[in-house]
Design a protein around this ligand. Structure first.
Ligand SMILES: [Zn+2]
Length: 72
């Protein structure tokens, strides 16, 4: 009679695969469920968050903006 196979506590646990990100790229920071949008470096201040005149009005100083990517 074969011995029952018990889970080996020393066995490496299967690593959960990262959530699928269809149409996206690694590093995208858009929350799941955000339709047709993606966060990207602000093009106006090149990600600095500041312009010569002060805080970048496009990204409010964050250096990042959420852009509408539409249907690719
Ligand atoms: Zn900006």
């Amino acid at each position: 009679m074969p011995q029952a196979t018990l889970p080996d506590p020393q066995a490496p646990q299967p690593i959960e695969a990262p959530a699928a990100n269809p149409g996206g790229h690694p590093g995208d920071e858009v929350p799941p469920g955000t339709p047709q949008s993606a966060e990207d470096v602000c093009g106006r201040c090149a990600g600095r968050g500041w312009l010569d005149a002060g805080v970048c009005p496009d990204c409010a100083g964050s250096g990042r903006v959420t852009v509408n990517v539409g249907d690719a």
